[in-house]
Design a binder for this molecule. Structure first.
Ligand code: UT7
Length: 310
């Protein structure tokens, strides 16, 4: 039994903060942010909107897109580093909010690679036949962890949520291969101590190496060639990191999905937010080969190669 994506949805907060808004708050410039990161603006959730709210909205859309009812969800996995509370889990709160009364629920902490960890975990339950529908969500309110005095990090992050319903799909479609990894030695380069703390250059070097290597690894494990890839959907942290992965695969610019300009780095939400953008634009067709790849604090990483469609 192959696991694939039946439906997806996202939630984007209304409030837009542009680079020009940040120029007024700190010693930075639109020029610096755009050329060093590719970010033009980001969304920030207001005080009344928490991670659970964003995640539940994204989940409802994904369930609708999948054409099932909330009671049919067997398991909810939410990847987040910004839960509203340490417990109950975000997933339990979502279960209540959306009426997924038959679902088990748990959260995953793998920072920006969290959505990849969630998808790959959910896939196992479907492929063993244990569960039929697994809801995987990446949701973050990173604005809660931003030190507005630290220009090294404050300009990078944004809020949002994306969700996918996984289910069994026909042979040859769905998730074809995966890779997951972690290297705790690099934890000191990106961590939370009330606020996000980061050694940007070290994370940059790690990300460039890992994004390229993991993408190639999942392509090979799936028995595919680089030329077979229709979409590279990388974690949206920095356009320069993303471009290096694209060049490593020898793909033309139109085959890489980019939303970092609109949303900044939304951690575990960035890959599903980007995938929904492509679906809404009608760019993804059945049987397209998609490579998703993420990296983040931990350090963690994860990638999948998939063939779209049920
Ligand atoms: O989801 C995973 C999260 N993290 C990442 O993916 C981050 C990976 N790293 C990066 O994306 C990049 O390293 C950054 C965008 C964070 C920084 O870019 P960089 O090209 O590595 O710049 P840098 O750290 O080498 O800093 C260059 C200069 C420094 O000034 P000096 O020391 O050369 O005088 C910084 O103080 O840029 C300065 N700078 C800024 N200037 C204006 C740092 N932040 C800003 C800013 N505005 N916001």
């Amino acid at each position: 039994m192959n696991a694939g994506i039946w439906g997806m949805g996202r939630y984007i907060p209304d409030q837009v903060i542009t680079n020009f808004d940040l120029e007024k708050r700190m010693d930075t410039s639109d020029e610096w942010i755009r050329t060093r990161t590719g970010i033009e603006e980001r969304r920030i959730a207001g005080d009344e909107v928490g991670t659970v709210h964003m995640a539940a909205k994204a989940a409802q859309k994904a369930i609708e897109h999948a054409g099932i009812h909330p009671e049919e969800i067997d398991l909810i996995i939410t990847a987040t580093v910004t839960p509203d509370h340490s417990f109950p889990s975000v997933s339990c709160e979502i279960q209540h909010e959306i009426g997924a009364v038959n679902a088990a629920a748990m959260d995953i902490s793998a920072a920006c690679a969290g959505f990849m960890y969630g998808i790959i975990t959910g896939k196992q339950f479907i492929e063993t036949g244990a569960y039929k529908h697994v809801l995987v969500i990446g949701a973050e309110k990173l604005s809660n962890l931003i030190d507005w005095e630290d220009r090294n990090t404050a300009v990078l992050f944004g809020d949002g949520a994306g969700a996918a319903v996984l289910g069994p799909v026909s042979e040859g479609r769905g998730i074809l291969s995966f890779e997951l990894g972690a290297d705790g030695r690099g934890g000191k380069h990106l961590y939370e101590d009330k606020y996000v703390k980061m050694n940007g250059r070290e994370v940059f070097k790690f990300a460039v190496r890992q994004m390229g290597e993991s993408s190639i690894s999942v392509i090979e494990k799936a028995g595919l060639q680089k030329e077979d890839v229709d979409f590279l959907m990388p974690h949206q942290a920095n356009i320069r990191i993303m471009e290096s992965a694209r060049e490593r695969l020898g793909l033309p610019p139109e085959k890489m999905s980019v939303t970092v300009n609109q949303f900044g780095n939304t951690s575990s939400a960035s890959i599903p937010l980007t995938m929904v953008e492509e679906l809404e634009n009608g760019r993804v067709k059945d049987d397209d080969v998609i490579v998703m790849v993420g990296f983040g604090g931990g350090l963690t990483w994860g990638a999948i190669a998939m063939r779209w469609g049920r």
